[in-house]
Design a binder for this molecule. Sequence first.
Ligand code: FVH
Length: 296
Amino acid sequence: MTDTTRGNALSLLGLGDMGTALARTWLAAGHRLTVWNRTAAKAGSLADQGAAVAATPAEAVAASGLVVVCLLDDPSVGSALDGIDLTGKDLVNLTTGTPAEGRARAAWAQERGARFVDGGIMATPTMIGAPQAGGYVFYSGSRALFDTHRAVLEVPAGARFVGEDPGHAALHDVALLSAMYGMFAGISHAYALIDGEDVSPKDLAPLLSEWLGAMGFFVGNAAERLASGDFTTGVVSNLAMQVASSGTLLRTAAEQGVSAELISPYLELMRRRLDADPAAHGAEDTAGAITLLGRR
Ligand code: FVH
């Protein structure tokens, strides 16, 4: 059987930590890879591994039908590709950006005659080329482009297509990263609370992991409540109780000499939801507070 992941030509612009990791996997899989980086010295080791090194972004773009960019941010993509002929090219942008930047970059690419897919990388460089690490990339935009190059795109990490709206890869990426930082904030607060006490972070760590795993039910539970608009049926820990007990969390932080800055915004949000209509919202769970954040 033919191995369709081998031997395709592609160009990669950007050899930072992530770009270099991506490049290595495509070279190892036998692809004909042309690379360009603003600081040319970073291409040296990849040239030793078989990459062709382009002197300019235009030369890199001209070398292949599939062009992948992985640069610092959206303005660096605009500046690297400024004035370059993209007619007939398939452009995959793995640079982290906002949904609006993804949509604007898609329109920009289409005006220049290219098909476009935006990507959101859910992996660190060490997870690239390591399927067991579980990293993957969200893609959105041209389904035809994605289907044409799917095998190549799946070489560095798994590929998940999330729709033809070119802003949706970034939307998924940022939604997951935002949840991650919320979790990091809670974990940071927990470790700060025990600092200086006869409780080791190493002893708290397995308890924290276990508790966060048990509380993971909230992800699916909140999704169901947001979809149905029903925030009260089957509630086991109601909002009135949670707001009342949030004072304990704040007093404990004060007793321990720990700033509550990482957890107080969420506790405040619960209180605002309750205060808006205590009789109606007191029996809800905390998912109802999400409605205060959005555009609705
Ligand atoms: N590294 C990570 O853990 C995360 C994982 C999730 C996805 N991100 C995003 O991936 C993009 C690239 O990240 P990176 O890790 O490769 O970043 P750096 O090592 O800082 O390399 C940046 C590259 O961008 C080039 N560059 C910067 N500004 C310009 C510009 N104006 N014109 C052309 N190129 C530019 C830079 O070139 P140089 O400094 O070597 O000359 C690097 O090639 C990024 O969106 C992450 O958010 C990574």
